[in-house]
Design a protein. Structure first.
Length: 128
């Protein structure tokens, strides 16, 4: 059984064994008996790590499971994709293209009081 970390409001952190089925349930504090929520402890070095280093580690971890295999065909395919991306920027065929780009190009709607709104576009923003 795994050991989980819990935090009592009065007595602080404590650890307890629990089955995986009970992982999301609160645990009684060993000192006062109050139910305490489970907390996820993050090592301080992870919090202080620069975003670039964190991204590099994530990329390396991904590469461990999904190695890039280089062959004549894969290099040719990569060259074609790079040429296409350079020649047709914004064509919408890239992997990171917005799934519904046309909905973002809607016209402004003018209300009777003279203000304008952009339906389904950042409703939290105030227009000028």
């Amino acid at each position: 059984m795994p050991v989980y970390d819990y935090k009592c409001n009065d007595h602080g952190l404590f650890h307890d064994l629990a089955s995986m089925n009970e992982a999301a349930l609160p645990c009684a504090c060993p000192q006062c008996g109050k139910l305490s929520a489970r907390v996820i402890m993050i090592p301080p070095d992870v919090l202080a790590m620069s975003p670039a280093r964190r991204q590099a580690i994530a990329k390396n971890e991904k590469a461990v499971h999904q190695p890039i295999i280089s062959s004549v065909d894969s290099r040719e395919d990569l060259a074609q994709r790079r040429a296409h991306a350079a020649a047709k920027k914004g064509c919408g065929c890239s992997d990171n293209a917005h799934p519904d780009r046309s909905s973002l190009r809607q016209q402004a709607i003018y209300l009777p009081d003279g203000s304008k709104v952009f339906p389904s576009q950042r409703p939290w923003m105030i227009s000028h």
